[in-house]
Design a protein around this ligand. Structure first.
Ligand code: ANZ
Length: 828
């Protein structure tokens, strides 16, 4: 038996055993155990392999999955690959290989790396969104959407990225740039497939209610949907028999509308623009289209020369054009109320337009005719009634959410199961599926501007039916498509008759816990919820929401080192002197910074290196010990050493022949009499670890386990039962070392299904007594405290006691006397 902890000897052995014995295979659905479905956001298998952010979430779910198995659940804990997407296509161009081959190689690498971490996935359920037996069913769901009128073709202004020669979803564009590459994005009109997510706007909003999700994610989803209740109000044009309709959330402020603003390129401009102002407005619009995505500039605008009539004051008000009003929201036109809207106020000030206040400091209407004296809410109701009655407007709800642009001019995605008869799209039948991606030689758009699939052979391009020829749709689906329903496929991954069987779906129901990064707070989670609701309405799933509980792990940052020239240094090229970093060569002083890990900053930590040096158990434990799971936190290599030393200590305590703890025959039965203190500590630990696992608070549990081993170290003899229980508690965190110790202790069955310990309620409670607080010998107050309370802690409690504070007032304490297990007295 090795007396030194050697993770490399242990870890591979157990990984092989688990694999050979299918230890973590999910039980069949007729199991009488309760089910628990715990899911990681599956990774995109990128060429750079796993980074330390992946094991953070994966270890968290693995700890829970392992604990749940031990607690008697039938656990579904799967892993797969979000494998379609642009990076593989770009690599294909670069490396002259097929994206499928690149993806396959990347998956093999990812899988090898993930398997080294001892994660208890049921690999028999592995899925891959780019394999035909998966995307066949993505196409199948798309056909259902076409059937329901939820997928349609439309000429839409799109975000066109010239560098990538493709359109992007709104969610993929930030500040006029493609978030993945930073390439500029412009607007274009194109005929594209759209998914009618707006039909589900209210359901997507309302059903957030019952979810156990982080508040910030719920907030982000609400904002993205952006439901606004207000009114449409018609402003007649002066000298013209048409009108401009505005959307406002403040109809009670109409009396204060002193001008109007329409968005650049608003179609109404054609009718209202006065000849003398035409050139100026056209110039302005042209300039806006050029830098329309650059939001940094000041509020600017031009006057159209035209006037509208405020329908309440009957006064003419000027119509301006400005890009602070957006074409795609509301009606693309606003009534501007500079007295009560900040943006309007800034604009009115800049262009010397009158500002009129219509609510006073008590929020009562003033200078507003029949509204005068009413509160905002009363005024709103009264105005809405007035508008409706006089056909000047009506109540209106708008959403920021837009239908989902679902076409991409790319190769490496799901082909649409659609052909064309002239301009008319014809959905193919379910029996035609899968529509396979054809092999092509180059992945750029064709010379005549068709998407890459335009390069396929005629065999693929043209579909013969009843003597007629129909060309295929050449766009592909966006990368988000496959991840919209993958959690359902894990329930029944090998079904070749349906995406998943109803019996399996009914058994597994919702994902009980979903863990992943905050970057998916809107896009993926909104799209998946939308598809799920469509499937619900089709009667294919039994819950309205896919993910019952969501948890976002925090980002792991890197520590980087930079000299005054801005040059970055690798940690191995650095020495520390008097706690300060210097370059090894040239001895330049460096500044250290905590930043997002990136290759260019030389601060990326490769999980493989950590496993090689310290083992997977140490990596797992460290990532959970770094801080709260949800916190953003820097990687600190000394921290890994710290947890490695802890594992070392656990190993020593298990195998050390001098104290012979593992056989401790003196005291084979764990009981209060033999080790009252340790027995109590163990039960407190059981309670704590059980609670913490349920609430994803792993760092505090690990700290307690460390404390516990320190106490164990001070014992001359340890009970086997006690140590077995401790090893059981530690096993979800550090499974390899614990299985090994478990075996060394003579257990024949694997630890993976050992019953989870239950705390003895009688043993958990701390023994307590009443500590009396006195001032000059007079009893003032008291507190219930643990028998072994430290003096410092007792003094703090004394000084923080409200009654003591009151009686002490400003008096100075000369002496604070602690009489153990009895009282504290302040001499003043
Ligand atoms: C008059 C008013 C007075 C407004 C006031 C606000 C405050 P949310 O809440 O985001 O829905 N608005 C309407 N359409 C717009 C567009 N296409 N581009 C830019 N702004 C637009 O915002 C609704 C408010 O934003 C509307 O209510 C309108 O200004 C403006 F004291 O009307 B409000």
């Amino acid at each position: 038996m090795a007396h030194v902890y050697q993770p490399d000897r242990i870890e591979q052995k157990w990984q092989k055993t688990w694999e050979a014995q299918q230890t973590f295979k999910t039980l069949p659905e007729n199991s009488d155990k309760p089910k628990y479905y715990i899911l990681d956001m599956f990774p995109y298998p990128s060429g750079s392999g796993l980074h330390v952010g992946h094991p953070e979430g994966y270890t968290a779910t693995d700890i829970i999955a392992r604990a749940k198995r031990m607690q008697g659940y039938n656990v579904l804990h799967p892993m797969g690959w979000d494998a379609f997407g642009l990076p593989a296509e770009r690599a294909a161009v670069r490396e002259q290989k097929h994206p499928a081959d690149i993806t396959q190689a990347n998956i093999a690498n990812f899988k090898k790396q993930i398997k080294r971490l001892g994660l208890s996935y049921d690999w028999s359920r592995e899925i891959c969104t780019s394999s035909p037996d998966y995307y066949r069913w993505t196409q199948w769901i798309f056909l259902k959407m076409v059937d329901k009128g939820l997928a349609y073709l439309a000429d839409v202004p799109v975000n066109w990225c010239p560098a990538q020669a493709t359109v992007l979803a709104n969610e993929e564009v930030v500040d006029g740039k493609y978030v993945e590459t930073g390439d500029p994005v412009e607007q274009r009109n194109m005929r594209q497939w759209m998914l009618k997510i707006t039909a589900y706007a209210d359901a997507l909003l309302d059903d957030l209610e019952g979810l156990d999700w982080p508040e910030n994610v719920i907030e982000m989803q609400k904002n993205w949907i952006g439901k606004s209740q207000g009114a449409h109000i018609h402003f007649p044009l002066q000298d013209h028999d048409s009108s401009i309709t505005v959307f406002t959330t403040r109809p009670e402020t109409v009396f204060g509308a002193t001008f109007m603003v329409v968005a650049p390129h608003h179609p109404i401009l054609e009718h209202v623009l006065q000849p003398a102002h035409k050139a100026a407005v056209q110039d302005y619009c042209a300039q806006i289209s050029q830098d329309h995505l650059d939001h940094s500039h000041e509020k600017t605008g031009v006057f159209t020369g035209a006037y509208a009539i405020n329908p309440l004051t009957k006064q003419p008000i000027p119509i301006w054009v400005s890009d602070y009003v957006k074409l795609g929201y509301g009606t693309g036109a606003i009534m501007a109320v500079p007295g009560h809207d900040e943006r309007d106020h800034a604009f009115a000030t800049a262009y010397q337009i009158p500002i009129k206040e219509v609510f006073d400091e008590h929020n009562k209407a003033v200078a507003s005719g029949f509204l005068d004296g009413l509160s905002i809410d009363q005024a709103k109701d009264t105005m809405l009634e007035h508008l409706t009655q006089h056909q000047l407007g009506s109540a209106k709800t708008t959403y920021k959410l837009r239908d989902w642009l679902f076409s991409r001019q790319r190769y490496w995605g799901e082909p649409f199961p659609v052909v064309y008869d002239g301009d008319v799209p014809l959905p193919l039948s379910q029996d035609d599926l899968p529509i396979l991606l054809p092999p092509i030689q180059a992945y750029k758009p064709t010379e005549d501007g068709k998407p890459p699939l335009g390069r396929a052979d005629d065999d693929w391009l043209l579909v013969q039916r009843d003597g007629k020829v129909f060309p295929r749709e050449l766009n592909t689906m966006p990368q988000w498509a496959g991840s919209c329903w993958y959690y359902l496929r894990y329930m029944d991954p090998h079904n070749d008759k349906a995406p998943f069987g109803p019996d399996k779906e009914q058994y597994w129901g919702q994902v009980d816990l979903y863990v992943g990064g905050l970057e998916h707070a809107v896009s993926h989670l909104l799209y998946a919820r939308f598809w799920h609701k469509v499937l619900y309405d089709l009667g294919l799933v039994s819950h309205k929401e896919p993910f019952k509980k969501l948890f976002n792990q925090g980002m792991i940052l890197g520590v980087s080192y930079k000299d005054d020239q801005g040059k970055y240094y690798h940690t191995q090229d650095i020495i520390h002197q008097a706690g300060k970093p210097f370059s090894k060569q040239g001895h330049k002083p460096l500044t250290s910074m905590v930043e997002k890990m990136s290759k260019s900053k030389l601060n990326v930590i490769n999980p493989d290196d950590v496993v090689n040096e310290y083992g997977a158990d140490a990596l797992r434990l460290y990532e959970m010990f770094m801080g709260p799971l949800e916190a953003t936190k820097p990687w600190q290599s000394e921290g890994v050493k710290g947890v490695y030393n802890f594992l070392q200590r656990v190993w020593q305590l298990s195998v050390d022949p001098t104290t012979d703890k593992q056989s401790a025959s003196l005291d084979d039965h764990l009981n209060m009499d033999a080790h009252p203190k340790l027995y109590q500590r163990l039960n407190q630990l059981i309670e704590k670890v059980t609670y913490d696992i349920e609430h994803l608070k792993f760092n505090t549990s690990i700290a307690k386990m460390m404390e516990f081993t320190n106490e164990c170290k001070q014992q001359s003899v340890l009970s086997t039962e006690l140590w077995k229980t401790f090893i059981t508690l530690l096993s979800p965190f550090a499974p390899h070392i614990c299985e090994e110790i478990w075996q060394i202790m003579g257990n024949k069955k694997q630890l993976a299904y050992q019953a989870w310990p239950i705390a003895d309620p009688n043993a958990v409670a701390e023994e307590t007594f009443n500590l009396v607080f006195c001032i000059n010998g007079k009893r003032i107050s008291q507190a219930t405290v643990a028998t072994d309370i430290a003096d410092d802690e007792a003094k703090t409690l004394f000084l923080e006691d409200p009654k003591i504070i009151k009686v002490l007032a400003d008096r100075h304490i000369k002496k604070l006397i602690v009489v153990k297990q009895k009282l504290i007295n302040a001499v003043v």
